[in-house]
Design a protein around this ligand. Structure first.
Ligand SMILES: C[S@@+](CC[C@H](N)C(=O)[O-])C[C@H]1O[C@@H](n2cnc3c(N)ncnc32)[C@H](O)[C@@H]1O
Length: 229
């Protein structure tokens, strides 16, 4: 059966895209070949990236395919447009999300505190390169061990993606989120345990409204429900 499916996919690829595609389909098999083919349709920037030299650091993040790039405009726009000045980012790594959040913070007079278990030299270089260091504090720490009681306007969570840890993060930091504040959480599609943690934490809560983006590993946007919601 698997061989027949592979040959059928190879014949289809040959008909629609020619010899090279047929070879790719034969080598990759139907599932991986379709993903490969679809990637070119969903994101043509993979094959034809824009000229980076004319882009700002923020736009470079938007235009460079990564595990989170398609959510960076959302992180930037909600922070800026809702005037979310006190930002706590849990999970910093290479600083993709950090630059989006910081770019918004610069425009609204805000500040981003980013936390990571590991040193994040790539994020530091990225922030410096974008001239955003005046708006940033980086803390190397286990987020659950943080001595943090400050109000938060935008809580962004992108850390271990483990169920227990994610629930604990929500229990620890959600009470500090201001009434007009938001929580965003990455990897809600690729890591179902993150979505399960969100569902369990907010189950039965009429004061929370959750919007789920499925693409690019997933993002949850959680905000307080107004009484008429
Ligand atoms: C997916 S990466 C974050 C990506 C980042 N948001 C970006 O856009 O580049 C997850 C990060 O969470 C960090 N991390 C995992 N568990 C953590 C914890 N308990 N406290 C703080 N950081 C943690 C990891 O070290 C890793 O750098």
């Amino acid at each position: 059966m698997a061989l027949i499916a592979r040959l059928q996919e190879t014949a289809r690829a040959a008909r629609t895209h020619g010899f090279g595609a047929a070879l790719a389909a034969l080598v990759l098999g139907p599932t991986q070949y379709r993903a490969f083919e679809m990637a070119r349709v969903v994101e043509p920037m993979l094959e034809a990236p824009p000229d980076r030299s004319v882009l700002s650091p923020l736009e470079r993040g938007f235009a460079t395919c990564s595990d989170i790039y398609a959510h960076l405009p959302t992180l930037y726009r909600i922070t800026r447009d809702r005037n979310l000045r006190r930002v706590l980012e849990l999970g910093t790594r290479t600083g993709e999300s950090t630059v989006a959040l910081l770019s918004a913070a610069r425009e609204i007079g805000g500040h981003v505190t980013s936390v990571d278990l590991e040193p994040c030299p790539d994020a530091e270089a990225r922030v410096r390169g974008a001239g955003l260091e005046a708006f940033w504090t980086f803390l190397r720490a286990d987020d659950l061990a943080l001595d943090w009681e400050e109000p938060i306007d935008h809580l962004f969570i992108d850390t271990s993606h483990e169920y227990d840890h994610t629930v604990q993060e929500l229990r620890r930091f959600e009470p500090l989120v201001s009434p007009a504040g938001v929580i965003t959480m990455h990897d809600t599609t690729s890591r179902p345990e993150v979505w399960r943690a969100i569902e369990d934490h907010f189950r039965g809560r009429r004061d929370a409204r959750i919007f789920r983006y499925y693409h690019n590993n997933g993002l949850a946007l959680i905000e307080r429900a107004k009484s008429k919601d």
